[in-house]
Design a protein around this ligand. Sequence first.
Ligand code: NAD
Ligand code: UFG
Length: 336
Amino acid sequence: MKILVTGGAGYIGSHMCAELLRLGHEIVVADNFSNGTQAALDGVKKISGSDFPFYETDIRDENALEKIFYEHKIDCVTHFAGLKAVGKSVSEPLEYYENNLNSTLTLCRTMRKHGVFRMIFSSSAATYSPENSVPLTEDSVLGATNPYGRTKIMCEEILRDLCIAEPRFSVVLLRYFNAVGAHESGLIGDCPRGIPNNLMPFISQTAAGLHSELKIFGNDYNTPDGTCIRDYIHITDLIDGHVCAIEFSAENAGCEVFNLGTGRGISVLEMVDAFDKTNGLKLPRSIAPRRPGDFPEAYASPEKAEKMLKFRAKKSLEDMCRDTWKFQRNVPSEMR
Ligand code: NAD
Ligand code: UFG
């Protein structure tokens, strides 16, 4: 199959590229490098030992996207391109709505024009209302607390409406929980620009001496150890979920939504302790006030994905900690 990977120079997209090449598929990558890097693409080339067509382009640019679809007979699109920083989406809502909605709309229009009807869309657990009880099922109430999450809800609605109007479309919406870890080679991984907002990159950068200590945002939540609980899923598992979704989309028209998580809640303290233990480290840490907007507990019900996609996460907490640290020690300077 020939698969277009939008956002393929980013964290999750680059792992998708490596896996699709490993499975013998052809890929075409489009990324505007707003957050992705050439180093990630180079990492994919090293891992796979093969080259692939890359377009440095903004997928909101209809002419540029047209060119890709004219030059390649695409069978399926994995659509990762998007802005994802929750805090920034609060201070720059127009940029977030503009980018995440227009990229999806332009992509859908171009796909339809060229007779390409299969898409795997990167949605997020950020679409769920914090009022839900856990585990979160695909039927839990939606209600994002920030513009980023709302762009994902809106894209989901656009894609659902499209599938109703155009029954040839087959779209799989994947609501990711917290993606962590890195490729086992240590050549690609999560390498945010600037100071990381997310826990795992902050942990690994602190271990590398880039920050004086890890601040744990709140230990007075109503959870067993007082820190927030999340569902961390290894990037390799997350990518396996996409491979299952691509297969599912070949056989099922319409729009279907799935959680991609492990179903297991891990607290911040548990994660830091596991990172220390796995890697023989002792991270400097302190307890800081709660981070505004955080909620105590979110983890997935993985049942629907298990049943319908035949997907189940396999990697352990130790795998997540080991691979994150391996990548951090390897980070190419041009990725920093
Ligand atoms: P990332 O920022 O590393 O990758 C996104 C890529 O898209 C970047 O390389 C960026 O340059 C590119 N991009 C953004 N807008 C573009 C545009 N208009 N045209 C072309 N390229 C564009 O992020 P990621 O962690 O790999 O996330 C991939 C997708 O998964 C995003 O849509 C994100 O919202 C979603 N998601 C991620 C997580 C997570 O834990 N990382 C969780 C839930 C959902
Ligand atoms: N945390 C710290 N210290 C840090 C960073 C984070 O204690 O330096 C804590 C947070 O307070 C939270 C937990 O670690 O309790 C996880 O925080 P992250 O920022 O890593 O992840 P979130 O669950 O807040 O959100 C992430 C992405 C969203 C995505 C969501 C999916 O940022 O885009 O996971 O569940 F939608």
